[in-house]
Design a protein around this ligand. Sequence first.
Ligand SMILES: Cc1cc2nc3c(=O)[nH]c(=O)nc-3n(C[C@H](O)[C@H](O)[C@H](O)COP(=O)(O)O)c2cc1C
Length: 390
Amino acid sequence: MKVLLGLCGSIAAYKALELARLLIKHGAEVRFVLTKSALNFVTPLSCQTLSNNEVYYDQFVLTRGIKHLALNDWVDILAVAPATANMIGKAAGGIGDDLLSTILLSFQGPVLFVPAMDQGMWENAIVTRNVSLLRDAGFHFLEPGFGALASGRIGRGRFPSIDIIAGKIMAMHEKRGGLEGKRFLVTGGRTEEDLDPVRVVTNRSSGLMATELVRAVHCRDGKVKGIFGEVTCPLPQDVDIVRVRTSAEMRSALLDHFPWCDCLVMAAAVGDYRPKKKSPVKIHAKTQRVEFEKNDDLLMEIAGQKGNRVVVGFSLEDSNHLIRARDKMKKKKLDLIVSNLTAAVGAQQTTASILRKTGKPLTFKTQTKWEVANRIIDECMRSLTGKKRG
Ligand SMILES: Cc1cc2nc3c(=O)[nH]c(=O)nc-3n(C[C@H](O)[C@H](O)[C@H](O)COP(=O)(O)O)c2cc1C
């Protein structure tokens, strides 16, 4: 994937350097085009060193390497990140008075704008009109996030997190989309149950599979909410996420949000057992025995009230995993089940199979969790198209 990163004069320009590093880590080749204003925020030297490529910022100089207009032939995706209100206005008005705006006029491939600006600018009626004009003309946008802005105010206008931008660029390149209007509820991470005020019983789920599911739905223009227990990976930002700790909290959040969704993907590792009682004081180290009782089967309970929603479960086994997964799918009346081996827990990659009600399982040899997440979403969409909302 060849990405041309267009940097404009925003305080968020420094974050585009990290974005370039992340894209390169995912196997992309990156080149930078900077506006004159962007040169006030980052240096061509940093961009050149990070991308290992020549940097472009003046359309009227001769370059030794690739020529400016030849960039159009080189690039797969043009991402203007950060995009200023000024550059959005120029693109919407068909103005090409510098290198980046000229490339925006002539490039015919996919373009992503990632705006970053103060809330006042983002909500300005002219900027809103320009964004709609560009959207209608087929340009893609990633909505800015909500939070602390460079001005010190709190509002909408933040440059989105770089993992979301990288996901969006990857999803565009892989031509993955088609989730507009679809609502996904994803649970992830691990629950923990208290033994006493300082000790917990839990498992080693990292939350990465669910994080990639949330990221993929968001980057493919679906609506997504996450319910996460404890995790050991960074959670996606700019997405609606509810945090829980125990299986009882997970149940309560699930019951609250389930009616909202079209599709539930239950990737959380909810503990099967909890201590029969929580000691109000630290249990003495000499204690030999602790009693456990079974937790409710949340997946079975929720799938029993799914109506026309699609419900996806996960099954983690050491052996006979496909047979056990199929039994679980039938018993719990799931639409799909993802069968993993225990080696997937905490790993960056996984070998997984997706089992459907009919047909052969779809099996993937060691893939990134991003890839598996996207395949699960594709299957959810197939199941959803066969159903009407209840
Ligand atoms: C410190 C500073 C920060 C700025 N940050 C932003 C910003 O985040 N978003 C934006 O749209 N404009 C921002 N501006 C204004 C733009 O830099 C200005 O409109 C400039 O003309 C944009 O040029 P360009 O679109 O060619 O990069 C900022 C200006 C300054 C001085």
